[in-house]
Design a protein around this ligand. Structure first.
Ligand code: MG
Length: 203
């Protein structure tokens, strides 16, 4: 399986990192070993001094597809979840400054803790889902899928031009404004519509 991550999909987040708002989706990938399941702890890596959370809605692909038309894209996923796209922001800044790819800043072990999935039938409108992150019980980041620059269906159509989507593949759909650093021993809890679906500590 593969993990596709969308960058800069919320205008206010692109601005907070001084990036331009993209005209087409930006994506990169994480390897399977980035995933952390079952609320297991995430270990702060030695290679960064600025590990940052990005709270993101995650779509689980439910059938094989290539060159999927946007109008049919909703047939390719049945479940919605939430995850963290952990980023070594200091390394990412260096990569960007030097015009290099982001992999070392984004695609490392344990960089993608993943919560419990919910059936999409639970939501009246996929493009109006509220989600948020609490750290030690304090709300740090809030978003709503209505603020996405590119909708989930647009993302699936775009990505599937380049990569065949397979059952079980995950799409991290981008983070809203409000990213920031985590510290050792902090407890992160991610919610969709007030329901806690991911709850882990940084060790
Ligand atoms: Mg992200």
């Amino acid at each position: 399986m593969k993990i596709i991550c969308i960058g800069r999909n919320y205008a206010d987040h692109a601005k907070e990192l001084n990036n331009e708002v993209p005209k087409v989706p930006v994506f990169f990938m994480k390897p399977e070993n980035a995933l952390v399941y079952d609320n297991k702890p995430v270990f702060y890596p030695d290679f960064t001094k600025d590990l940052q959370y990005e709270t993101e809605i995650v779509v689980k692909i439910s059938r094989l597809g290539k060159n999927i038309e946007e109008r049919f894209a909703s047939r390719y996923y049945e479940e919605i979840g939430i995850g963290i796209d952990f980023t070594a922001r200091d390394l990412q800044r260096d990569c960007m400054k030097n015009g290099l790819p982001w992999e070392i800043a984004k695609s490392f072990d344990n960089s993608a803790p993943l919560g419990t999935f919910l059936p999409k039938s639970q939501f009246a409108n996929i493009q109006n889902i509220n989600f948020h992150l609490e750290i030690n019980g304090e709300r740090r980041q809030s978003g709503c899928t209505k603020d996405m620059i590119f909708s989930i269906d647009t993302l699936i159509a775009y990505v599937s031009q380049f990569n065949t989507l397979k059952t079980g593949d995950l799409i991290f759909t981008g983070t809203p404004v409000g990213v920031g650093p985590v510290q050792l021993d902090e407890r992160l809890q991610a919610y969709i519509e007030g329901e806690c679906l991911l709850d882990f500590r940084v060790k």
